[in-house]
Ligand binder design. Structure first.
Ligand code: A2P
Length: 273
């Protein structure tokens, strides 16, 4: 599982492991603790959480209890999407750091450009204010990099136009058939790392017959094809699982999908409804 040691370089110069362990929808407590510890034991060196996942406490404890030195782990957490003020963002960061029980995070992201209760609403001014706080946090050294999540081109442009620091990453929903090409290209052209969350479409892609056929050809599982696909599209990938067997399988992706098959996968649309 050499891929677990591969990384991209962020625009800060720091490296980010290509595969991260996603913890969305893993409940705080033994599930988040055990799966994070197991991922670390298996060689994962990148853990992705968020305040709103509610599991920072167990994820942080797993990181502290693991035998892996903190500086060998890339840890991401996120500013809740409904916090759109400078002060609020600074406070939220303190809460996350305390809940995680760490001195710093490797990446801190604005979780979304709008509160989940008002998806698509215009919070440009709030995002600019929150970004000012993110820049302060970055300058303090307690977030080694800062970025955004779920941002489209317009949201991103507002940060580029009004901020002084270019985001290092944009974490977006990205899987076969749902690759958000406009924002993906926009970020990648600017050296902003795209992180793929839900690379398995939260499990809804696993029964897809087209991907299954290709998986059989490579003698891999559908999940492995999905994960490998996101890597070959140049994204960080964040598969989530609470099963040890899957956690291992999802990192066992040292194979190559050939160009023709990549093209085939690229033209599939909306296959996980
Ligand atoms: P579970 O968490 O019960 O182990 P995504 O990463 O797109 O959010 O998808 C996560 C979903 O896919 C979860 O339901 C997870 O199950 C399931 N899953 C993760 N890895 C695999 C795998 N290798 N094979 C089958 N299902 C998987």
């Amino acid at each position: 599982m050499d891929i677990l040691r591969e990384s991209y370089t962020l625009n800060t110069g720091a490296t980010i492991p290509k595969i991260g362990f996603g913890t969305w929808q893993i409940p705080n407590g033994s599930e988040a603790y055990n799966s994070t510890i197991f991922a670390l034991k298996s060689g994962y060196r990148h853990i992705d959480t968020a305040r709103v996942y509610g599991n920072e406490e167990s994820v942080g404890k797993a990181i502290r209890d693991s035998d892996v030195p903190r500086d060998e782990i890339f840890l991401t957490t996120k500013l809740p999407a409904d916090i759109k003020t400078y002060e609020g963002a600074l406070e939220a960061f303190e809460t996350s750091i305390q809940t995680l029980g760490v001195d710093y995070v490797d990446l801190y992201l604005i979780h979304a450009p709008w509160p989940w209760s008002d998806r698509g609403g215009d919070y440009t001014e709030g995002n600019i204010q929150a970004w000012k706080a993110m820049e302060e946090i970055y300058k303090s050294g307690r977030a080694k990099a800062i970025g955004v999540s779920n941002f489209n081109v317009k949201d991103m442009q507002a940060i580029l136009d009004n901020g002084t620091i270019t985001p290092s990453a944009n974490q977006i929903r990205f899987f076969i058939g749902f690759t958000q090409d406009e924002i993906t290209k926009f970020c990648q052209d600017k050296g902003i790392i795209v992180e793929a969350y839900s690379p398995l479409a939260t499990g809804r892609i696993l029964d897809n017959p087209q991907v299954k056929k290709l998986a059989d050809k490579y003698n891999k599982s559908v999940a492995q094809i999905c994960i490998r696909y996101t890597l070959q599209r140049g994204t960080v990938t964040l598969p989530k699982s609470t099963h040890e067997e899957y956690i291992l399988q999802n990192a066992d992706v040292d194979f190559v999908i050939d160009n023709q098959d990549m093209q085939y996968l690229n033209q599939l649309h909306d296959i996980a409804s």
